[in-house]
Design a protein around this ligand. Structure first.
Ligand code: SF4
Ligand code: MG
Length: 328
């Protein structure tokens, strides 16, 4: 069946002075209308790069897509005409970034920044675009939107600025919203409010959402499915409840054990030892093996294939079944 958005066997390299860094190594995921997929991983796992490839904004030094497809409603963004691609990325898919302060222009009012897209892409008049900007600010629950539309970014708190960014991303009524660490720069209470807002908007506007995060703690209530990334691969993909209940990959298990729990105050959090791999010189076999407490000889020599565990669940671990069955 055709998905709304599908990343299919994507490979991306970055050519640096020190050599070729293989940052995405065969990533596939999909998104259906109205659904939320969380893409989880540490910094450098490739979760943002995949999204940047979808949006056509790969960072410098130039990332190069060497293989794969990015399908929107069955049409490949990488091979469609420039015009169609620009339309799709501008109107169907939109993205919210982590750092609202540096994404907003300090010298223009938030109203003029929200309405700019509407004027450019929808040809709205200044007055109509401004009215729509107020509606959008209302929709993201910025109090007194009508008055605040004339304020400048520095007059808003961090959380309110992120709401302005979300309002901007909704201007074209996108079908897919990609949120890249949307709450990382904010304090904990505000984080929860922004996550609630995103969940509510997704529901009310019937968008699909890709939520990129390093924090497994924030996705439980929001996501339908989770794709866990490590070293440019998806190492586990599962329904959110199945994954929380019984992880099928040692990395996911480690992430779950490092979430602070309210009912376990005072107990020490487990953390995953070691650092993410250097993708200029990735470890042999399973890229996670230097940090994995279950590693065996085969893990050092053989890259684990993505095992299909049924029910839409996959894991790239030689011992996924043993882990799932509680045998290790
Ligand atoms: Fe650990 Fe081996 Fe599984 Fe990799 S394949 S996650 S090293 S047990
Ligand atoms: Mg990132």
């Amino acid at each position: 069946s055709e998905h709304l958005l599908e990343v299919d066997n994507l490979f991306i390299e970055f050519h640096t002075r020190d050599g070729v860094s293989k940052v995405i190594n065969g990533v596939s995921y999909h998104l259906n209308p109205g659904e939320t997929l969380a893409v989880l991983g540490e910094s450098g796992s490739g979760k943002s790069v995949t999204a940047q490839a979808i949006m056509g904004i790969l960072d410098m030094p130039p990332g190069k897509i060497t293989k794969g497809r990015i399908l929107y409603r069955g049409r490949d963004l990488l091979t469609m005409s420039k015009e169609e691609r620009r339309k799709t990325r501008g109107e169907e898919i939109s993205m919210v970034f982590q750092d609202a302060l540096s994404s907003l222009n300090p010298v223009f009012t938030v109203g003029s920044q929200i309405s700019e897209t509407l004027r450019k892409r929808k040809g709205m008049s200044k007055a109509d675009a401004m009215n729509r900007a107020v509606e959008l600010m209302d929709q993201v629950k910025i109090p007194a939107a009508k008055a605040r539309v004339k304020d400048y970014p520095h007059q808003f708190s961090g959380g309110m600025r992120q709401r302005v960014m979300i309002a901007m991303s909704l201007a074209m009524d996108p079908k897919v919203l990609i949120a890249d660490e949307p709450t990382t720069a904010l304090d904990v209470t505000v984080q929860a409010q922004i996550m609630d807002l995103l969940a509510e908007l997704r529901r009310d506007l019937n968008m699909a959402m890709i939520l990129i995060t390093h924090d497994l703690g924030v996705v439980a209530d929001v996501a339908d499915r989770i794709a866990v990334m490590y070293a440019g691969r998806i190492v586990e993909h599962a329904d959110v409840h199945a994954l929380y209940k019984n992880p099928a990959h040692p990395y996911t298990k480690g992430l779950l054990e490092s979430i602070p729990r309210l009912d376990a105050k005072g107990t020490e959090l487990a953390t995953i030892k070691g650092l993410p791999p250097n993708l200029l010189r990735p470890p042999s076999g399973c890229a996670f093996h230097p940090r994995c407490k279950y590693a065996q000889d085969i893990c050092v020599t053989n890259t684990p294939p993505l095992l299909d565990l049924g029910g839409g669940r996959t894991s790239a671990c030689h011992f996924a079944k043993e882990l799932l069955d509680g045998r290790i």
